[in-house]
Write a protein that binds this ligand. Structure first.
Ligand code: NAD
Length: 293
């Protein structure tokens, strides 16, 4: 069993960390928000005063932070883990960030003798709790092999997408598609309701027809259709609009660099940014249906 340091225990990090405890790994944790730390301590984790003290004795360090600037602040700079750690644990960043930052942090890590994986996840909070996340990893074969056991305690699909940054590239493509599916599903449901259909009946029909997709299967955006979905809980996240808007920005930056056309992705981003600007940033991303009412 590994000694794991887990940094960032928000909507995703906390259930992921719980699964590491369940699998028998020992866990030292750090988050800027003491409230989330306390909950994990009662589940058996050790709290640390700083990211550095959590990571110092670890075999593996996992970070699950909001965005690239948070990842840079934990790993880089005079006070960052790469500079201050005296040991050389495997570093796994599961945050969703731009692949350029992932490559920059990993290159610096390698210069200092660390192995590092970018390992963003897909599946949302429910999959994080169930231990069924998909991990999309970027890094060397040996780092991927080394990380497999702990990643396997949190997820059921482990993909090695390529070298550093490849996991983040795959994640940006996936989340752009998710935003398109959520917006499109919302549009179809609202169109049906505006024309007299019951959203539950329409959802069942589309689930059994060619419109079937993940949002209809597990994350229906229409309130009351799916008891456990954020839509039926006042759009409590889940996965925040702020984070989806960030991810769509990452996909757009990537597309500009590669000269790729992403007309559907750009539309989805405009929709999400408009929704965010109306004060909906901390709602679940399925609340995009409110833009269509
Ligand atoms: P969150 O905002 O709920 O959690 C982030 C946590 O990081 C917070 O508890 C915050 O206090 C902590 N944090 C921020 N800076 C820190 C620092 N310097 N040191 C220690 N802790 C720090 O976000 P989340 O929903 O858990 O998402 C985390 C990452 O996972 C994001 O990159 C997101 O895009 C990605 N993601 C989220 C989902 C989802 O469904 N929520 C799904 C897939 C991927």
């Amino acid at each position: 069993m590994a000694r794991v340091a887990f940094i960032g225990l928000g909507n995703m990090g906390a259930p992921m960390a719980r699964n590491l405890l369940k699998a028998g790994h020992s866990l030292k944790i750090f988050d800027l928000n003491p409230a989330v730390v306390d909950k994990l301590v009662s589940a058996g984790a050790d709290s640390s005063e700083t990211a550095l003290s959590a990571a110092q004795q670890a075999d593996i360090v996992i970070t699950m932070l909001p965005a690239g600037k948070h990842v840079e602040s934990v790993y880089l700079g005079e006070e960052g883990l790469l500079q201050r750690l005296s040991s050389r644990p495997l570093l796994i960043d599961s945050s969703t960030i731009d692949s350029e930052t992932a490559k920059k942090v990993a290159a610096e890590a390698e210069r200092k003798g660390f192995s590092m994986l970018d390992a963003p996840v897909s599946g949302g909070v429910a999959a994080a709790a169930a231990g069924t996340l998909s991990f999309m990893c970027g890094g060397s074969d040996s780092a991927f092999s080394q990380g497999k056991e702990v990643l396997g305690a949190m997820g059921k699909n482990l993909f090695h997408a390529g070298d550093h940054g490849a996991g983040q590239t795959a994640k940006a493509c996936n989340n752009m598609l998710l935003a398109i599916l959520m917006s499109g599903t919302s549009e179809a449901l609202q169109l049906g309701v505006d024309n007299g259909l019951d959203p539950k009946v329409l959802s069942e029909i589309m689930l059994a027809s060619s419109g079937r997709n993940w949002t209809l299967e597990v994350y229906n955006p229409y309130p009351g259709v799916m008891e456990k979905a954020p839509a039926s809980n006042d759009y409590q996240p889940g996965f925040m609009v702020d984070l989806m808007a960030k991810d769509l920005g990452l996909a757009e930056e990537m597309a500009v660099k590669s000269g790729s056309a992403i007309p559907m992705g750009s539309n989805a981003r405009n929709l999400y940014v408009a929704h965010q600007k109306k004060g909906n940033g901390s709602k679940d991303f399925s609340s995009i249906i409110q833009e269509l009412k």
